[in-house]
Design a protein around this ligand. Sequence first.
Ligand code: HPA
Ligand code: ZN
Length: 340
Amino acid sequence: MDKSILQLLPKIELHLHLDCSLSYDVVKKLNPQINYTHYKNNFIAPEKCLNLGDFLRCTNGGIDLMQTEVGLKEVVKDLFVQLKKENVIYSEIRFAPLQHINGGIAAEEVVQIVADTAKECISSTGIKAGIILCTLRHYNEEQSLQTVKLVEKFIKNSVIVGFDIAANEAGFPIDSHKKAFEYAVKKDIPRTAHAGEAKGAESVWETIKYFSPQRIGHGVRSIEDDTLIEYLIKKNIHLEVCPSCNVQINVFDNFSDHPINNLYNSGVSVGINTDARSLVNVSLSDEYLKLIETFGWGYKHFYSCNKNALSASFLEDSDKTILREKLDTFFVQNSILWQE
Ligand code: HPA
Ligand code: ZN
């Protein structure tokens, strides 16, 4: 399979961390003293991390560079350049605003800067995008509520589209975040939540019970529980799967051990994502290529995953229709290129 075809393929990516996706170009622009060796050692996580906590330690470099208006703007612009290169037609980009207030910018201003820059990039590149604001597992109740209220404030007429909880699922319980998600439910704010990655199916059940998310970030360990799989199908809860990231943080030994193929075959709604382009050192086309090489995936899998992701996106229905036509046009016209 020719990789250039994969780059041309229109893609939907719903699970993508802004602060974990800085190219070497933008890092060098923001701090010319950083050479490639430093970038490799500090912005790309080791190919095999001990666990999620070990992986998350590598986010510090990016977050440090994103404490100023210039840093935030450049990182957003850089990510759109990366998305354009491989024809991502819609992306939901997430970040935790409270991680960017150390340089003295207020949290509201952080969100405004990212939203305004994303809007500019949307009109200059033609890529549609939404921004999801994350609370973090180690945050307290107040910080979590502050974050969901930022979503509430910016969601009207803005590119801010939803609320998420990220960071170390295995290290911190969900208790401090119940109120924030209750608030999101009450205000009808779209919700996704990281779960079933560093912990098993019980964590996905707990997340569903207390956070009522429309989607789960990762959720791959749902495969351990048939009843949960049935429930996800029945309730049409989408899994934002990021296979390379899961292997890197040691949830699975090798790519061939990843349950993505079984999840797909079970009928659960799954989509394919990178999670973190610099930390994982992967593009979305790389993920697709690994799926072809490891599981024999082809045209029908990518068409289906992209349609699933689009349906589960936090876009308005009218925007979904426009993007669905783009997917249909490409996949139907080019099906001849794919040998099943
Ligand atoms: N899990 C939780 N938080 C994260 C991840 C992840 O895989 N990547 C970046 N932040
Ligand atoms: Zn993630």
